[in-house]
Design a protein around this ligand. Sequence first.
Ligand code: PEP
Length: 258
Amino acid sequence: MNRARRPLIAGNWKMNLGGPEAIELAEALVKASKPCANVDVVICPPFTALAAVASEVDGTHVGLGAQNLHPKTSGAFTGEVSAPMLLAAGCQWVIVGHSERRQFFGDTDAFVAEKTQAAIAAKLAPIVCIGELEREREAGHTLQVLERQVNAVLAILAANPEAPMAIAYEPVWAIGTGKAATAADAEEAHAFVRKLLASASETLAARVRVLYGGSVTGANARELLACPNVDGALVGGASLTVEKFEPIFGAAHALTLS
Ligand code: PEP
Protein backbone atom coordinates (compact mmCIF):
# COMPACT_ATOMS: atom_id res chain seq x y z
CA MET A 1 0.00 0.00 0.00
CA ASN A 2 1.38 3.38 -0.96
CA ARG A 3 1.11 5.24 2.35
CA ALA A 4 1.32 9.02 2.51
CA ARG A 5 3.30 8.98 5.76
CA ARG A 6 5.70 6.56 7.44
CA PRO A 7 3.82 4.66 10.16
CA LEU A 8 4.62 5.49 13.78
CA ILE A 9 3.81 2.99 16.51
CA ALA A 10 4.37 4.37 20.01
CA GLY A 11 4.06 2.44 23.26
CA ASN A 12 2.88 4.31 26.35
CA TRP A 13 3.99 2.27 29.34
CA LYS A 14 2.19 4.59 31.77
CA MET A 15 3.16 3.92 35.43
CA ASN A 16 4.55 0.46 34.68
CA LEU A 17 7.97 -1.12 34.15
CA GLY A 18 10.12 1.36 36.05
CA GLY A 19 12.97 -0.98 36.95
CA PRO A 20 15.16 -3.62 35.31
CA GLU A 21 12.14 -5.04 33.48
CA ALA A 22 12.11 -1.83 31.42
CA ILE A 23 15.58 -2.60 30.11
CA GLU A 24 14.62 -6.20 29.35
CA LEU A 25 11.58 -5.14 27.36
CA ALA A 26 13.53 -2.44 25.49
CA GLU A 27 16.18 -4.97 24.54
CA ALA A 28 13.54 -7.46 23.34
CA LEU A 29 11.77 -4.76 21.32
CA VAL A 30 14.97 -3.66 19.61
CA LYS A 31 15.37 -7.24 18.38
CA ALA A 32 11.73 -7.84 17.52
CA SER A 33 11.31 -4.62 15.54
CA LYS A 34 14.49 -4.97 13.50
CA PRO A 35 12.70 -6.48 10.48
CA CYS A 36 10.09 -3.68 10.51
CA ALA A 37 12.31 -1.18 8.75
CA ASN A 38 9.41 0.82 7.28
CA VAL A 39 7.95 1.73 10.67
CA ASP A 40 9.04 4.12 13.43
CA VAL A 41 8.74 2.31 16.76
CA VAL A 42 8.89 4.52 19.86
CA ILE A 43 8.65 3.49 23.51
CA CYS A 44 7.64 5.80 26.36
CA PRO A 45 8.72 4.40 29.74
CA PRO A 46 8.20 6.20 33.07
CA PHE A 47 10.68 8.99 33.90
CA THR A 48 12.76 6.81 36.23
CA ALA A 49 13.54 4.32 33.46
CA LEU A 50 14.28 6.83 30.67
CA ALA A 51 18.05 7.08 31.05
CA ALA A 52 18.53 3.32 31.38
CA VAL A 53 16.27 2.57 28.42
CA ALA A 54 18.04 5.30 26.43
CA SER A 55 21.33 3.39 26.80
CA GLU A 56 19.56 0.27 25.52
CA VAL A 57 17.95 1.85 22.43
CA ASP A 58 20.66 4.41 21.61
CA GLY A 59 21.96 3.89 18.08
CA THR A 60 19.11 1.49 17.22
CA HIS A 61 15.97 2.13 15.17
CA VAL A 62 13.79 2.30 18.34
CA GLY A 63 12.97 5.83 19.50
CA LEU A 64 12.47 7.01 23.07
CA GLY A 65 9.72 9.22 24.43
CA ALA A 66 8.56 10.53 27.80
CA GLN A 67 4.95 10.58 28.94
CA ASN A 68 4.73 14.21 30.07
CA LEU A 69 6.76 17.38 30.58
CA HIS A 70 6.53 20.73 32.33
CA PRO A 71 6.50 23.77 30.01
CA LYS A 72 9.14 25.73 31.97
CA THR A 73 12.77 24.82 31.40
CA SER A 74 13.79 24.88 35.09
CA GLY A 75 12.83 26.39 38.43
CA ALA A 76 10.71 25.86 41.52
CA PHE A 77 8.34 23.21 40.17
CA THR A 78 8.75 20.34 42.61
CA GLY A 79 8.32 16.94 41.05
CA GLU A 80 8.27 18.18 37.46
CA VAL A 81 10.55 17.41 34.51
CA SER A 82 11.34 19.84 31.69
CA ALA A 83 11.92 19.40 27.96
CA PRO A 84 15.72 20.01 28.18
CA MET A 85 15.89 17.38 30.95
CA LEU A 86 14.09 14.86 28.74
CA LEU A 87 16.48 15.62 25.89
CA ALA A 88 19.42 15.11 28.25
CA ALA A 89 17.92 11.75 29.27
CA GLY A 90 17.94 10.69 25.62
CA CYS A 91 14.34 11.32 24.51
CA GLN A 92 13.33 12.38 21.01
CA TRP A 93 9.57 12.28 21.71
CA VAL A 94 7.14 13.31 24.44
CA ILE A 95 3.45 12.54 24.93
CA VAL A 96 1.49 15.72 25.68
CA GLY A 97 -2.06 16.06 26.99
CA HIS A 98 -2.83 12.37 27.45
CA SER A 99 -6.44 12.02 28.61
CA GLU A 100 -5.23 10.66 31.96
CA ARG A 101 -3.30 13.92 32.47
CA ARG A 102 -6.37 15.91 31.42
CA GLN A 103 -8.71 13.87 33.68
CA PHE A 104 -6.61 13.30 36.81
CA PHE A 105 -4.00 16.06 36.80
CA GLY A 106 -5.92 19.05 35.51
CA ASP A 107 -4.19 19.54 32.15
CA THR A 108 -6.29 22.10 30.30
CA ASP A 109 -6.19 22.85 26.55
CA ALA A 110 -4.12 25.95 27.37
CA PHE A 111 -1.61 24.00 29.46
CA VAL A 112 -1.36 21.33 26.77
CA ALA A 113 -0.56 24.13 24.30
CA GLU A 114 2.20 25.47 26.58
CA LYS A 115 3.69 21.99 26.86
CA THR A 116 3.51 21.50 23.09
CA GLN A 117 5.29 24.81 22.54
CA ALA A 118 7.98 23.89 25.08
CA ALA A 119 8.56 20.51 23.46
CA ILE A 120 8.92 21.96 19.97
CA ALA A 121 11.19 24.77 21.21
CA ALA A 122 13.48 22.13 22.73
CA LYS A 123 13.38 20.06 19.51
CA LEU A 124 11.46 17.25 21.16
CA ALA A 125 8.69 15.82 18.98
CA PRO A 126 5.32 16.10 20.74
CA ILE A 127 2.61 13.44 20.45
CA VAL A 128 -0.39 15.63 21.26
CA CYS A 129 -3.34 13.57 22.53
CA ILE A 130 -6.92 14.53 21.83
CA GLY A 131 -10.20 12.66 22.13
CA GLU A 132 -13.76 12.84 23.33
CA LEU A 133 -15.37 11.40 26.47
CA GLU A 134 -18.10 8.79 26.09
CA ARG A 135 -20.82 11.27 27.05
CA GLU A 136 -19.51 13.75 24.48
CA ARG A 137 -19.71 11.09 21.74
CA GLU A 138 -23.19 10.08 22.85
CA ALA A 139 -24.29 13.70 22.72
CA GLY A 140 -22.97 13.97 19.14
CA HIS A 141 -20.20 16.40 20.15
CA THR A 142 -17.15 14.39 19.05
CA LEU A 143 -16.05 16.65 16.21
CA GLN A 144 -16.64 19.81 18.27
CA VAL A 145 -14.39 18.46 21.03
CA LEU A 146 -11.68 17.51 18.56
CA GLU A 147 -11.89 20.93 16.93
CA ARG A 148 -11.46 22.67 20.30
CA GLN A 149 -8.51 20.48 21.27
CA VAL A 150 -6.76 20.79 17.89
CA ASN A 151 -7.37 24.53 17.70
CA ALA A 152 -5.61 24.94 21.06
CA VAL A 153 -2.33 23.78 19.49
CA LEU A 154 -2.89 24.53 15.81
CA ALA A 155 -1.00 27.84 15.60
CA ILE A 156 1.96 26.29 17.43
CA LEU A 157 2.08 23.30 15.07
CA ALA A 158 1.53 25.48 11.99
CA ALA A 159 4.44 27.74 12.97
CA ASN A 160 6.69 24.68 12.81
CA PRO A 161 5.21 22.58 9.99
CA GLU A 162 8.47 20.78 9.25
CA ALA A 163 9.15 19.77 12.88
CA PRO A 164 8.60 16.10 13.76
CA MET A 165 5.32 15.79 15.65
CA ALA A 166 2.20 13.68 15.86
CA ILE A 167 -1.38 13.94 17.02
CA ALA A 168 -2.95 10.94 18.74
CA TYR A 169 -6.71 10.62 18.44
CA GLU A 170 -7.65 8.66 21.54
CA PRO A 171 -11.37 8.43 22.28
CA VAL A 172 -11.37 8.35 26.08
CA TRP A 173 -14.00 5.61 26.22
CA ALA A 174 -11.70 3.35 24.22
CA ILE A 175 -8.63 3.68 26.45
CA GLY A 176 -7.94 0.58 28.49
CA THR A 177 -11.49 -0.70 28.00
CA GLY A 178 -10.98 -3.30 25.29
CA LYS A 179 -13.56 -1.37 23.24
CA ALA A 180 -11.63 0.16 20.31
CA ALA A 181 -13.25 2.58 17.88
CA THR A 182 -14.38 1.00 14.64
CA ALA A 183 -12.14 1.65 11.67
CA ALA A 184 -14.92 3.80 10.17
CA ASP A 185 -15.24 5.97 13.30
CA ALA A 186 -11.46 6.31 13.58
CA GLU A 187 -11.13 7.30 9.92
CA GLU A 188 -13.91 9.88 10.26
CA ALA A 189 -12.15 11.51 13.24
CA HIS A 190 -8.72 11.34 11.61
CA ALA A 191 -9.94 12.83 8.33
CA PHE A 192 -11.54 15.65 10.32
CA VAL A 193 -8.28 16.31 12.19
CA ARG A 194 -6.41 16.31 8.86
CA LYS A 195 -8.88 18.91 7.52
CA LEU A 196 -8.31 21.09 10.59
CA LEU A 197 -4.55 20.86 10.07
CA ALA A 198 -4.95 21.75 6.39
CA SER A 199 -6.97 24.83 7.32
CA ALA A 200 -3.76 26.18 8.92
CA SER A 201 -1.11 24.70 6.66
CA GLU A 202 -1.16 22.19 3.80
CA THR A 203 2.44 21.25 4.64
CA LEU A 204 1.41 20.52 8.20
CA ALA A 205 -1.52 18.38 7.10
CA ALA A 206 0.66 16.42 4.70
CA ARG A 207 3.39 15.79 7.27
CA VAL A 208 1.81 15.31 10.70
CA ARG A 209 1.16 11.72 11.60
CA VAL A 210 -2.25 11.21 13.16
CA LEU A 211 -2.16 8.14 15.39
CA TYR A 212 -5.11 6.18 16.69
CA GLY A 213 -5.09 5.13 20.36
CA GLY A 214 -7.55 3.15 22.46
CA SER A 215 -7.48 -0.63 22.95
CA VAL A 216 -5.28 -1.32 19.93
CA THR A 217 -4.24 -4.98 19.84
CA GLY A 218 -2.68 -7.40 17.41
CA ALA A 219 -6.23 -8.44 16.48
CA ASN A 220 -7.52 -5.00 15.38
CA ALA A 221 -4.30 -3.20 14.38
CA ARG A 222 -4.36 -4.10 10.69
CA GLU A 223 -7.90 -2.86 10.10
CA LEU A 224 -7.31 0.41 11.95
CA LEU A 225 -3.91 1.05 10.39
CA ALA A 226 -5.25 0.38 6.90
CA CYS A 227 -7.40 3.55 7.09
CA PRO A 228 -5.88 6.22 4.84
CA ASN A 229 -5.70 8.87 7.57
CA VAL A 230 -4.51 6.57 10.34
CA ASP A 231 -0.72 6.92 10.31
CA GLY A 232 0.07 4.76 13.29
CA ALA A 233 -0.98 3.94 16.82
CA LEU A 234 -0.42 5.02 20.40
CA VAL A 235 -0.64 1.81 22.40
CA GLY A 236 -1.02 1.42 26.16
CA GLY A 237 -1.69 -2.04 27.59
CA ALA A 238 -0.55 -3.97 24.54
CA SER A 239 2.83 -2.22 24.56
CA LEU A 240 3.87 -3.79 27.86
CA THR A 241 5.05 -7.11 26.44
CA VAL A 242 6.91 -7.93 23.27
CA GLU A 243 4.36 -10.68 22.51
CA LYS A 244 1.51 -8.15 22.39
CA PHE A 245 3.38 -5.19 20.89
CA GLU A 246 5.16 -6.99 18.06
CA PRO A 247 1.96 -7.92 16.15
CA ILE A 248 1.01 -4.22 16.13
CA PHE A 249 4.20 -2.79 14.62
CA GLY A 250 4.38 -5.98 12.52
CA ALA A 251 0.93 -5.18 11.08
CA ALA A 252 2.04 -1.62 10.29
CA HIS A 253 5.12 -2.92 8.50
CA ALA A 254 3.12 -5.54 6.58
CA LEU A 255 0.74 -2.83 5.34
CA THR A 256 3.63 -0.84 3.91
CA LEU A 257 4.53 -3.89 1.80
CA SER A 258 1.03 -4.79 0.62
C1 PEP B 1 -3.23 4.98 26.02
O1 PEP B 1 -3.26 5.07 27.22
O2 PEP B 1 -2.68 5.87 25.35
C2 PEP B 1 -3.88 3.83 25.40
C3 PEP B 1 -4.20 3.92 24.14
O3 PEP B 1 -4.16 2.75 26.22
P1 PEP B 1 -4.74 1.32 25.74
O4 PEP B 1 -4.00 0.92 24.49
O5 PEP B 1 -4.43 0.41 26.89
O6 PEP B 1 -6.19 1.50 25.51
